[in-house]
Ligand binder design. Sequence first.
Ligand SMILES: [Zn+2]
Ligand SMILES: [Zn+2]
Length: 141
Amino acid sequence: MRLSSDVTNRLTASGIRLTRQREEVLAVLMQKRDHPTAVEVFIRSKKHMPTISLATVYNCLDALVASGLVKQVNLDRAPTRYCANLLDHSHFFCEECGAVHDIETPVHQPWTLPAGYLVKQAEVTFRGRCPACINKNLSNL
Ligand SMILES: [Zn+2]
Ligand SMILES: [Zn+2]
């Protein structure tokens, strides 16, 4: 399976210590890019690795975030979600169904910063309704 070698390659390239649990957690995040919470990652990991615990999943996520392989997505009043998309991107949060989608960040950033600031990272969260929710509402009219 291509995915599993991709997972292993990413882990090896980052210099992080390779464990079966870390591989499993990263594979879960790369398989379905829906930005699951730690508990959701735990439930999915358990299918292939019934012995994994929630504490282990949290530890793996911490290690993956620290090594830059996974990003945390923090939204107001919601548990942290996790994202394995390493490309520069922003997130769109659907206020209706709670889905989080990746939005490509424009190459030329449309920001005009006051002089004297050095940007290391820009993070934008869009909020609104996703296409699925808009279509659902239209068909209910
Ligand atoms: Zn939605
Ligand atoms: Zn993302």
